[in-house]
Design a protein around this ligand. Structure first.
Ligand code: FES
Ligand code: FES
Length: 938
């Protein structure tokens, strides 16, 4: 650590008067300061979010004299004498209050990071147009990005609020209403999310929203090169010469191991690089000091010299004979291989009536959650406390303990609300820097990533290069699939081993493939680490396998949907790992649910095309999906604790982090019905490692299944405990009446005198704890075994329109059928499906990240409201015998079939099959021209 600071910088502010939410305020600030900054940090109005600081995301939208503006682009001097309205002021207005309620009832807020901006943009619309058309709503929110919802529920909520505000009854609307179900009847209800209110009133605390007043700022110094050696200059002199800078930390200041990773066996990522940076954006040092001084520092002033070195920039370079090793212990730059083999693929392909070969390639995809990584840390005695956005508090605890060289029990992780994660916030981001700095200096530390910092340094979806060969009989029965894929895992391992293991299990799709070989490799390059992103590589594989099946169906002259129905897995057919699921295999039901819509859509598209005289052509595509819930053949238990309090309320300690998907609500619904208590009786304690048991990470679509099951078991156990306390039989009824609990057993009633009963070690009258770990088995050397206890299934149908002259693709509608086992909360499930469709659409048509280019939300495009078509969700309930009340996961399942369905529709519309995804207009147009010239395009 380099320390010993110079005198402090004086603030340069002046008084600016304006009104906020009807209240006069006087702030002392530079007139050039961003309004968003002043609102959040001087006025404490943290409901206004900052997602980019560049006018790209709209999260900071406020009303300025009634007009929506991006507060990050408004200089505070400009608002002198004006009226500013933020989300905190909406409840005081009719329109704002109706919108907030409509967002709750429609499930329009998931993570909630975009919600304030959305509400403000909608308020501005309804203030000037009380009965807008859907297109006007889409225009009004077009500048506010949402990565979770897929916008459809937001649009529905705004239209609903408009109708209610205009005093018109909407008799045709099927809008869900806030329901408070009776005891034992919560499962299956469209319950408003329990953490919804704070998301619509601006009081939700995200990573950047709370920090001790005395906190110092932390800023990482990062490599500008994909690969470079570096040497520090005189760091002590640098600190001495820079007023406001307290210290600089580097690798030698890491008290424990300068190494972490989400899978401990493969941990390889340093907090600070030592001597050589392996990817652009890798941290080499951290500055600590007063916020103004830290922010004002020019990177060029930092004393480091760089020697740029030639990087291994892609998979080919990394695999080339004699290529330099990025990690000495990983020969050939191969992090890990995956393998599933069943039957005799070569022989079966030789015998097949039809064989198709194909290659597909996908690029990096950025998670683009609206909340950049942020948090604070403080040393409390011999403990460290870190409050930050995370999907995996207990994993963070282990890694931070190792980094600081202390026991895990001395690390407390307090998750904030998470403004979107989708897998990337499973990995550490701000936490190690905060921990090292707070540990050494004994002062609170705060760190907030800029959008660019978030994009350059955090994990991405793996680029994939996939080669396939598949064969079927002339009757259309799948006989064999030979699949090989390389995944560019970047400079560090992150979730590369998981992608390599999961993809071979899933690359068959949800079909019976008797002869199968799937081989994968995760390959290191000098690029940003690739990690978890909704599906762990399965969405990439689905693009390849589903289009291959389309080609086989076309070759044997069978309708593409019927081909899938013909080959769909059932309860008795073995999967490619030899697992016979026995029950809960809903893929055929999903595909059959699409059949009538498929036939109509195909007829309509054919009619449109036969009458078309211009450039537009239509097509329809379909794709199936399956996805194993939870870790692949590894333990992944969740433990839930509930306690009966003396006031008759139930404390639910569940550590599943709700990243917007709704686990806070779903887990409570499950627990409530298992116990037989009304939802209102529950006090939810979530995430904090000091007060909740470990519920594992929020990933792999496991929280409904695993934590939900643990909550069900804990609820049932508490019920038994309460009945025992009352001396009642198992069939007795527990009544949670005003302030108390009564057990009714036949004609006898027993009032539990809770206030008189002793408390246990947890401080409850009765505590119940349960652990659930899905039953799986290790896979053998050929990948045979039981990788997952439960699979979710689904199928999407996409209807699209292609402009053959511009190469643009417009998705007209997506119909999504999903077997969710049991729909615990249909509104939340639809939200997952619609959000998954939006991400799948982005993956198919627009999203590709190139390290070193477009590291912002202006150049990296994600779908906005105008890009998303209507989504019709069809919920199939083929119950899992294992899941709570039969439920299965849905989070990752929802994204997998959309891209292949759209790409299938693209081929259906214009006859092209793109081998490189996404299907951007330039690629689509080039492929159409090539096809017209007679060059091969599928
Ligand atoms: S934070 Fe202002 S537009 Fe993104
Ligand atoms: S709810 Fe819109 S970004 Fe999460």
């Amino acid at each position: 650590m380099a320390g010993s600071r110079a005198p402090r910088v004086e603030a340069d502010g002046q008084s600016i008067a304006f009104r906020v939410n009807g209240r006069a305020v006087l702030v002392s600030s530079s007139p050039l300061q961003r309004l968003s900054r002043v609102l959040r940090e001087e006025l404490g109005l943290t409901g206004t979010k900052v997602g980019c600081d560049a006018g790209d995301c709209g999260a900071c939208t406020v009303l300025l004299d009634g007009d929506p503006v991006c507060a990050c682009l408004v200089a505070t001097g400009q608002v002198e004498g004006c009226e500013v309205t933020t989300v905190e002021g909406l409840a005081d207005t009719n329109v704002g209050a109706r919108l907030q309620q409509a967002f709750l009832t429609h499930g329009a807020a998931q993570c909630g990071a975009c919600t304030p901006g959305m509400l403000i943009a909608a308020t501005a619309l309804l203030d000037r147009n009380s009965t807008p058309h859907e297109n006007e709503v889409m225009d009004a929110i077009g500048g506010v990005l949402c990565r979770c919802t897929g916008y459809r529920k937001i649009i529905a909520a705004i239209l609903d609020a408009a109708i209610k505000n205009a005093g018109v009854e909407d008799t045709a609307s099927a809008a869900p209403t806030a329901i408070s179900p009776a005891a034992g009847a919560a499962v299956g209800k469209r319950l408003v999310r329990l953490d919804g209110k704070q998301k619509v009133d601006g009081s939700e605390i995200f990573g950047a929203d709370e920090t001790p007043a005395s906190a110092l700022a932390v800023r990482a110094i990062r490599s500008p090169y994909h690969r470079a050696r570096f040497h520090f200059g005189d760091l002590a002199a640098f600190v001495r010469d820079h007023p406001g800078i307290d210290a600089v930390f580097t690798a030698k200041d890491v008290p424990g191991k300068n190494c972490y990773g989400v899978i401990s066996k493969f941990a390889d990522q340093p907090v600070f690089a030592e001597g050589e940076a392996r990817h652009r954006g890798e941290a080499i040092a951290a500055l600590v000091g007063e916020t103004a001084a830290v922010e004002a520092l020019e990177t060029a002033d930092f004393p480091v010299s760089w020697e740029e070195l030639p990087p291994l920039g892609d998979i080919d370079a990394a695999l080339a004979t004699g290529a330099r090793l990025i990690h000495e212990n990983r020969p050939g730059n191969i992090l890990v291989r995956g393998r599933v083999v069943r039957g005799d693929v070569d022989k079966a392909l030789d015998a097949a009536d039809v064989v198709v070969d194909a290659e597909y390639e996908t690029g990096f995809i950025e998670h683009a959650y609206i909340e950049p990584e942020a948090g604070f840390a403080q040393r409390v005695g011999d403990q460290i406390e870190i409050q930050a956005c995370t999907q995996s508090p207990y994993m963070d605890r282990s890694d931070i303990a190792a980094i600081l060289g202390i026991a895990p029990e001395r690390v407390r992780i307090i998750p904030t609300a998470v403004g979107g994660g989708f897998g990337s916030k499973l990995d550490l981001s701000v936490q190690p820097f905060l921990a090292v700095a707070a540990w050494h200096l004994g002062k609170p530390m705060r760190m907030v990533y800029s959008r660019t910092e978030s994009i350059v340094s955090t994990t991405k979806r793996h680029p994939a290069r996939m080669r396939l060969r598949g064969g079927c009989s002339k009757e259309g029965k799948l006989l064999a699939l030979d699949f090989a894929a390389d995944f560019n895992t970047g400079a560090y391992s992150s979730w590369g081993p998981t992608v390599s293991a999961r993809v071979p299990v899933h690359a068959s799709g949800p079909y019976y493939v008797p002869h199968y070989r799937a081989l994968t490799r995760a390959v290191h390059t000098n690029l940003v680490p690739a990690g978890a992103f909704r599906g762990f590589g399965v969405p990439q594989a689905a693009i390849a396998q589903e289009q291959l099946y389309d080609e086989l169906a076309d070759r044997v002259g069978i309708d593409r949907l019927e081909f899938r129905i013909l080959n769909a897995l059932d309860e008795h057919t073995p999967t490619v790992t030899g697992q016979v699921l026995g029950a809960g295999v809903g893929i055929r039901a999903c595909l059959e649910a699409l059949r009538p819509k498929w036939q109509t859509a195909r007829r309509d598209a054919a009619e449109f095309n036969s009458n078309a005289t211009g450039a537009l052509r239509r097509g329809v595509g379909v794709a199936g999906m399956w996805y194993g819930c939870g870790n692949t053949s590894l333990p992944n238990p969740s433990t839930v604790r509930i306690g009966l309090k003396r006031n008759g309320r139930i404390a639910l300690h569940q550590g599943a982090v709700d990243i917007g998907q709704g686990s806070n609500t779903i887990v409570t619904q499950i627990c409530a019905d298992a116990l037989g208590a009304p939802i209102e009786r529950f006090d939810l304690l979530s995430g904090d490692t000091s007060i909740t048991p470990d519920c594992g990470k929020t990933s792999a679509s496991r929280q409904t299944l695993v934590t939900g099951k643990a909550a069900q078991m804990a609820g049932e156990k508490l019920r038994r405990g309460m009945l025992k306390l009352a001396g009642a039989c198992d069939c007795a009824t527990i009544l949670f009446n005003d302030g108390g609990v009564t057990v009714r057993d036949g004609d006898k009633s027993h009032v539990l005198a809770l206030r008189d009963l002793p408390l246990d070690n947890y401080g409850y009258v009765i505590t119940s704890e349960a652990t659930f770990d899905p039953p799986t088995s290790p896979l053998d050397e050929n990948g045979q075994g039981v990788p997952y206890a439960v699979f979710g299934f689904g199928a999407h149908m996409a209807e699209i329109e292609v402009d053959t002259e511009l190469g643009t693709v417009r998705v007209l509608k997506v119909t999504a059928a999903h077997d969710v086992g049991r729909a615990i909360n249909p509104t939340l499930i639809e939200g997952q499906i619609e959000g998954g469709v939006a991400q799948g659409l982005g993956m198919a048509l627009m999203e590709e990240f190139f390290p070193g280019k477009g590291e912002n939300l202006h150049d990296y495009l994600i779908p906005s409201a105008g890009d998303i078509p209507p989504v019709e969700s069809i919920l199939i309930e083929d119950p899992s015998p294992i899941g709570p009340f039969g439920a299965k996961g849905i989070g990752e399942q929802a994204v997998i079939p959309t891209a292949p369905a759209i790409l299938s529709a693209l081929h259906d519309a214009v006859g092209i099959r793109l081998r490189r995804i996404p299907a951007t207009p330039d690629r689509v147009r080039a492929a159409i021209l090539a096809l017209q010239k007679g060059e091969a395009h599928g």
